[in-house]
Design a protein around this ligand. Sequence first.
Ligand SMILES: O=C1O[C@H](COP(=O)(O)O)[C@@H](O)[C@H](O)[C@H]1O
Length: 239
Amino acid sequence: MKLNIFSNQAELNEQLAQYVITVANKAIAEKGRFDFVLTGGSSPKGLYQLLSTTYKDQIDWDKTYFFFGDERTVLPFEKDYNGLMAKESFFDNLALKDGHIFYVDTNLSPEEAAADYKQKLDEHFAGGSIVFDLILLGMGDDAHTASIFPHTTLVTNQELTVASVWVEKLNTNRVSLTAPLINQAKHVVFITFGENKATALHHVLSDRQDFASYPSQLIKPVNGDLQWFVDEAAASLVK
Ligand SMILES: O=C1O[C@H](COP(=O)(O)O)[C@@H](O)[C@H](O)[C@H]1O
């Protein structure tokens, strides 16, 4: 695991953009395509804008496929839909070909949406192992990542799959990649900034393991690289 600490968000986004570009070009050179899982929430917007404007020419988007680590069970293109944030901050700046964006279909029930997404992943990976080149993750101030929230069924889910989960504290369902599936990836990167994330980051990176309380601790790529890109405010309690 590598912890990268930056003095501000702009510097963090700049360095993370360079990291994404390096991983993308390596994947394209090695296997002809880049399988890129996006995070939702608000943290990645600046990065998405940077990659799709300033650094638009640094990645071959015709060879890039986009996925989502989790989705909120609102209708597609409603305000809270993670896919809408990505569309507005990332995809709309690029002329992407059809079939390059894998949205979670929330017109379906949560269970059906999860099964449908898993089937789409199986098809994309031709029935083989689902190994993404890069998974970008956020972390909530409760230490959840993707939609693996504290004390939910996803904390103990050992399957390499996509699952629906009831999140009591939000009174809603979510759809999420499971931790074991995330841990198959070649590169996993957390983007985390702000003072409100400091306590969670301190617990997640501390020696005391408590997956139920701090689900981000579940993320440990089996054969891949794990990096944290954080700002000084988020890292303020990390020893
Ligand atoms: O609900 C979610 O929250 C996390 C963290 O979001 P942020 O706004 O604090 O960046 C996000 O990673 C996840 O994709 C999203 O569904």
